[in-house]
Design a protein around this ligand. Structure first.
Ligand SMILES: *[C@@H]1O[C@H](CO)[C@@H](O)[C@H](O)[C@H]1NC(C)=O
Ligand SMILES: *[C@@H]1O[C@H](CO)[C@@H](O)[C@H](O)[C@H]1NC(C)=O
Length: 401
């Protein structure tokens, strides 16, 4: 387990190449880049509440955004959000694990549930103390193949984290990892040892009322989520079943989506989602058409040059044509379609495959998918065994009567 984590660490680093900017305890105004109006619901909130959700949606930070994102944009933003969060925590040595809906998404296909608009993670009490002492209001700048222009993420710690009591109902979220561009965020809650729990020692309590025996959480298991190394509770299945009931782990139709067991993807079936997904697909098609048009033109030009030039010259022409931004390619067709840049295409690849522009599936990704498939198979076998058992029981009962 340990070894595989070590091996995969460089992969995360190349994926995300983070720069921690020393802007600690910055006021949020200094990291707010484009909003001129505060859309947070602070005015309507009780005075003692620290985090304010926006007036237009509870899962957006109104200091940074004034509207909700579309289906695909949101999925992408949430994926970037969790990838950058996990990589940052790993970098600064803070142990964190997936929880709630995010853990359920992991169960199905190691991805965020497409109908979710937030993510949930937990940390231990020493971790939140450490984050509060050294990283409050730290802005991390990330450049990834999917965010070539870079993006700032901010870690904000609720000062009420020091109050351990569940009676502090206005401040059950201990910290947030905020996308300063879209306003989307990850809720970070702390699992604290509860010394007065009636069940005795080893109980963890969160301010939102969730409780766990520590052996269900620790030792954490190492895995992948959204293509990035991640950790999950030791007894993840029991934790999920306790929170969402057994059905949520097997039901293939949920929230206007159907789980495609071959593709291992939640596919929208609800009209609203389909319309949005179709819009996205049309955009994608147009992009692909553009790209292939460009490719055809490049090829034609290369052939023309080939007919003219020496072998050496040929090679250099081919090379130039492959560079999308080469001056020659631009000037050759001033009115032609704009060159489609590589990132658009690699957007559709699994994150860990994006590391090399060659878009080859990495070994890790393959292993991950293989594990996932095996896991699915196991699930199916268990389910059919359970069904058989159920039938047998019914038969027995019927024959007794
Ligand atoms: C983090 O910084 C903000 C802004 O300065 C401040 O309001 C908040 O109390 C700080 N949190 C902690 C845990 O100190
Ligand atoms: C400890 O557990 C009890 C029982 O669930 C709960 O009432 C109490 O608020 C918990 N204490 C803390 C500090 O979480």
């Amino acid at each position: 387990m340990r070894l595989s984590w070590l091996l995969s660490l460089p992969a995360v680093l190349t994926l995300t190449s983070a720069v921690a900017i020393e802007k600690r305890d910055a006021d949020f105004l200094s990291v707010r880049t484009k909003m001129h109006k505060d859309m947070s619901g602070r005015r309507g909130d009780p005075q003692d509440k620290y985090f304010h959700e926006s007036v237009f949606h509870p899962h957006y930070d109104g200091r940074f955004a004034d509207h909700q994102l579309g289906y695909r944009e949101r999925k992408q933003a949430l994926s970037n959000l969790i990838q950058t969060y996990l990589a940052t925590m790993s970098d600064i040595g803070v142990e964190t694990w997936l929880m709630h809906g995010t853990l359920l998404g992991w169960w199905w296909n190691r991805k965020i549930l497409p109908w979710d608009s937030d993510s949930d993670v937990q940390v231990s009490e020493p971790s939140i103390q450490y984050l509060a002492s050294y990283y409050n209001m730290t802005v991390f700048h990330y450049k990834t193949p999917r965010i070539p222009e870079g993006r700032d993420y901010m870690l904000e710690i609720n000062p009420h984290y020091a109050n351990r009591e569940q009676t502090d109902k206005l401040n059950v979220i201990d910290a947030r990892w905020v996308d300063t561009e879209s306003g989307l965020f990850i809720d970070i809650t702390t699992a604290r040892y509860n010394n007065t729990h009636p069940s005795g020692e080893g109980m963890l309590s969160c301010k939102d009322g969730h409780e766990y025996r520590d052996t269900y959480i620790f030792p954490l298991r190492e895995t992948f989520f959204e293509g990035t190394p991640a950790k999950i509770p030791f007894a993840y299945k029991e934790v999920l079943e306790a929170e969402y009931r057994k059905k949520a782990l097997t039901l293939l139709d949920f929230e206007g989506h159907h789980f495609d067991e071959d593709k291992l993807e939640w596919i929208p079936v609800n009209k609203k989602y389909i319309a949005e997904a179709k819009k996205n697909a049309d955009v994608k098609k147009a992009e692909e058409k553009k790209a292939s048009l460009q490719e055809g033109q490049d090829k034609k030009k290369a052939e023309e040059q080939k007919a003219l030039g020496t072998p050496e010259k040929q090679a250099s022409v081919l090379q130039q044509n492959q560079k999308p931004n080469s001056n020659q390619a631009e000037s050759a067709k001033p009115d032609g379609p704009k060159v489609v840049k590589q990132p658009t295409k690699s957007d559709q690849l699994p994150p860990s495959a994006q590391q090399d522009a060659g878009a080859q599936k990495t070994k890790e990704e393959e292993t991950r998918l293989a594990t996932l498939k095996a896991h699915e198979e196991e699930r199916k076998v268990k389910e059919s065994a359970a069904r058989e058992e159920e039938k047998r029981k019914q038969k027995n009962q019927a024959s007794k009567r």
